[in-house]
Design a protein around this ligand. Sequence first.
Ligand SMILES: Cc1cc2nc3c(=O)[nH]c(=O)nc-3n(C[C@H](O)[C@H](O)[C@H](O)COP(=O)(O)OP(=O)(O)OC[C@H]3O[C@@H](n4cnc5c(N)ncnc54)[C@H](O)[C@@H]3O)c2cc1C
Ligand SMILES: *[C@@H]1O[C@H](CO)[C@@H](O)[C@H](O)[C@H]1NC(C)=O
Ligand SMILES: *[C@@H]1O[C@H](CO)[C@@H](O)[C@H](O)[C@H]1NC(C)=O
Ligand SMILES: *[C@@H]1O[C@H](CO)[C@@H](O)[C@H](O)[C@H]1NC(C)=O
Ligand SMILES: *[C@@H]1O[C@H](CO)[C@@H](O)[C@H](O)[C@H]1NC(C)=O
Length: 495
Amino acid sequence: MVLSTTFAFAVLSVSSFLCGQGFSQSTNTLQRRSIGTVCQTIKSSISGASTVYFPGGLHYDNDVYHWASSSIEDSVCSVEPGITQDVGIILQILGSTRTPFAVRGGGHSTNKGFSSTPGVQIAMYRFSNVTYNKNTGTADVGSGLIWDEVYSALEPFGVSVIGGRVTGVGVAGFTLGGGYSWKTNQFGLTVDTVQAYELVLPNGTVTSVTATSNPDLFFGLRGGFNNFGMVTKFTFKTFPQGQVWGGLITFTKGVLPQVNDATNKFATTNKDPKAAIITTYNFLLGEPGVSQLLFYDGPNPPPGIFDDFLAIPFLTKDVSTRSYLSLVQSSPSNATANTRGAFHTVSLTSYSLNMINVILNETITRGIDLSTFDSGIFISYDVEPFLPSLFSHGTASAYPPDRSRGLLPQNIYYAWTVESADQDVQNTLRASANVIRQAAIAEGQVTGNEAIYGNYALFDTPISSIYGANVPRLQAIKKQYDPTNVMGLAGGFKF
Ligand SMILES: Cc1cc2nc3c(=O)[nH]c(=O)nc-3n(C[C@H](O)[C@H](O)[C@H](O)COP(=O)(O)OP(=O)(O)OC[C@H]3O[C@@H](n4cnc5c(N)ncnc54)[C@H](O)[C@@H]3O)c2cc1C
Ligand SMILES: *[C@@H]1O[C@H](CO)[C@@H](O)[C@H](O)[C@H]1NC(C)=O
Ligand SMILES: *[C@@H]1O[C@H](CO)[C@@H](O)[C@H](O)[C@H]1NC(C)=O
Ligand SMILES: *[C@@H]1O[C@H](CO)[C@@H](O)[C@H](O)[C@H]1NC(C)=O
Ligand SMILES: *[C@@H]1O[C@H](CO)[C@@H](O)[C@H](O)[C@H]1NC(C)=O
């Protein structure tokens, strides 16, 4: 332990001031003052590689920033650790003072309190190295990066990793939750391509976790988010990456039947693992429409796969042979950044035409309903077809708890502007997900108990809904490595 004596005094328990569960409630002056003392303790205990920031500056603003404005909280201070040893010191101080904190990777969680806090905001920006190792065919990637930066750094080597599909998403949360990529049909989820984690355990010890060095932690980190400590570096398997084909097409409501047919046909007949799509039904300014993303992992798709989409009259079209990074950046995900946001999800096994119609009907009816709460509403329902073999590329992991058959994540996203609409929006999100799940049950394609994807799940989703039969094992691993529940001071889905 290299802690300065200044923090030994800090026996007061900051979180005991915070009533109830979760730390997202506003803190009072007394609580903020004692958290401020903890900030000072951290400041005087860390090395020159790391810095504590207070409100009123650009660094602090970047540290608490989130893609969804509803995920931004007013932290007492932020800290940007620059070396793993400092991460350990920070965790020891936060743990011994029971101070609420948050770990932020790319800040794309739409669940308030998962990577935000009224306490101490840790931002991982300084873990920003990408190192390609040609001999092992792996890349070491810092946990403060977004996928755009990783793709860009690996492009000169003609390789890539299995990561995010749209611009701006963080490596850390995406990977720690599972990770559905454009290349998942070929190589699995992002968790299936992680070779090693550099992990700072809740007691501050820095360790490297691989399948053989620590099978339990390795299993837990593959889907278990921030329950086991803070990851500073991921070692990913790399794959050759040349030019790809695809991009964004937008369609208006007049052609929805053709889009539904093309999507259903792709989802039920495509067998080429290099081909992928996301059909996003959205509702904006009183009108339904579609954002259609097409992807082929090669410069030219074989004829047939995407012809139906390309034949539909479009509003805008940006489809070409391009770099992987350029394709990822062709998505419109930045358009709704900086508004309030929430995700929820249903797991399906088939995007039948009936399911697509149910999803489209939800888009329209919920869009109209929600417009009465907030005229600035934007809602979208993603159809994400993958091959049924998508879970066959990896071994047992925290998520998905059952790899015996593939599940297709259906993502629902609502964006809105006024805080007073939060409850209504969340209730509508739950109700709409339930309608889609019930329709899938009625079709006989699912039982309704299938695991849902943590990175798409609303904040109050029970952990059993994400981790299924893995929950007892995950709780046992958690108890072993975090007996005093340091990571419980940070939000998220908790074991
Ligand atoms: C526009 C958009 C597009 C998306 N597209 C996809 C997609 O194509 N496929 C997909 O699978 N998901 C997708 N997602 C969901 C995405 O995977 C999650 O939002 C993910 O958590 C984002 O990671 P982050 O690092 O940006 O998040 P953050 O909000 O920074 O973190 C999310 C969680 O991870 C924890 N965490 C972050 N860093 C660390 C660390 N270093 N150590 C321990 N815990 C940490 C946080 O504490 C928090 O609980 C998308 C989300 C958005 C908003
Ligand atoms: C990033 O790489 C540089 C150069 O190799 C090294 O000095 C630094 O310690 C690395 N930073 C982290 C956070 O790993
Ligand atoms: C999206 O927004 C982020 C944050 O403002 C910015 O850094 C990034 O370049 C944007 N990406 C694209 C493709 O416009
Ligand atoms: C459309 O969705 C709404 C809300 O779930 C539902 O009440 C209605 O019955 C649906 N209509 C059709 C045709 O399915
Ligand atoms: C921290 O926890 C790990 C794993 O339980 C253990 O091996 C290590 O000895 C602990 N370190 C300290 C300083 O207690």
